[in-house]
Design a protein around this ligand. Sequence first.
Ligand SMILES: CC(C)(COP(=O)(O)OP(=O)(O)OC[C@H]1O[C@@H](n2cnc3c(N)ncnc32)[C@H](O)[C@@H]1OP(=O)(O)O)[C@@H](O)C(=O)NCCC(=O)NCCS
Length: 248
Amino acid sequence: MTTHELIQKASCLTTSPNDLQSLSTHTSELVRAAVASNPNTNKITLLSLVGEKSNHVIEQLNKNESDFTDDSYEFTATKNSKLSIITTADAEFIISLRKNPKLNKHLSYVETDIDKQKDWINDYKKREARRTEFYFVIRCKNNERLGAIRAYDFKQGSFCWGSWIINPDSPRKTAIESAINIYEFGFNVLGFSQSHFDVRNNNSKVIDFHKRMGAKIISVNEVDTFFIMQKNYYVQSKADYKNFLITE
Ligand SMILES: CC(C)(COP(=O)(O)OP(=O)(O)OC[C@H]1O[C@@H](n2cnc3c(N)ncnc32)[C@H](O)[C@@H]1OP(=O)(O)O)[C@@H](O)C(=O)NCCC(=O)NCCS
């Protein structure tokens, strides 16, 4: 088929979701953009286009009227814990962590009033629906809440992650599993090729954590250290995490 025919197929309302999924990885951005704007493109394929580097594809994705709405969405690539999309039912848990003076030293202030926290989550839900931000509660496989983590600031094929906080009573490897899960989600579900994030300079334990995973420091200012993690580097080092990953 010519590219023109593929664009027509990707725009057609009778093309099957499976065919749209295959077309979503085509080398032509025009084909991918047509998939992004097709109302029949399914949730998984739309998610996989979020990390696109092409502005044209992102513009079409943003115009697609199908919202991401799934309050039971969960993701995991690891053995003991998972990421569950946040809901207002998690407001009290988030407040309990963010109020803990041992945990909030290096984080920005959040509302500790339950109704205001629920309002914040409801407002976030609008960004989630447009696939521009994903906020998760980190849970044990038995559903017990352990912490929180958020993917946001999506730009030019790179996603930021942060709002990272874990109850100190959690199983010891929760932090590394949650970092693996946010990379797996960002790189493999959303299709990003890079991650960027910043850590306060005085949060030396977390700076060491990221260095140990192989994140590269790209700049430092008076307050923060700025890191990137390339998908390629993460994929190459995945063998180091085989004890945590669910084997395929
Ligand atoms: C940031 C936070 C979530 C990290 O969690 P943590 O449990 O303190 O993380 P740790 O550095 O102790 O790492 C957890 C475990 O993973 C292990 N680990 C870390 N990196 C690893 C790697 N690359 N490979 C294998 N294991 C690794 C550590 O050795 C540790 O295991 P151990 O307890 O058996 O030694 C937590 O400290 C927290 O909530 N802090 C307050 C909020 C905050 O500062 N957030 C970050 C803002 S940028």
